[in-house]
Write a protein that binds this ligand. Structure first.
Ligand SMILES: [Zn+2]
Length: 101
């Protein structure tokens, strides 16, 4: 009877559990769940940010491109409104023509 009691207190299952690799699988599963949770939080934060950005008056700031300097008079004008000839920029067509002549 003493042998049976010892077997109950020290069951060989613990060894089989360690050898079967189940703890590792559980760890991987937990890691996957953790990653999924982090991804969900990140997605929520990102969605919230996008919503705030869309509400914010972004139209008040038109897309101002690079400021270029008129080669003729030195005036700085947005690239969209400037006149270009080669690599030179001009504030108006007149200055462009003047530089051309
Ligand atoms: Zn000019």
């Amino acid at each position: 009877m003493a042998f049976l009691q010892q077997d109950r207190y020290n069951p060989p299952r613990q060894y089989s559990l360690l050898k079967s690799g189940n703890p590792n699988n559980m760890g991987l599963f937990r890691l996957l769940i953790l990653v999924a949770i982090i991804w969900a939080i990140y997605a929520l934060v990102r969605r919230f940010r996008d919503r705030r950005a869309s509400i914010a008056p972004s139209r008040s700031k038109p897309e101002i491109g690079q400021m270029v300097r008129c080669r003729q008079c030195g005036l700085h004008v947005p690239e969209q409104e400037a006149f270009r000839r080669g690599e030179d920029w001009f504030c108006s067509a007149e200055h462009r023509d003047q530089a051309d002549g």
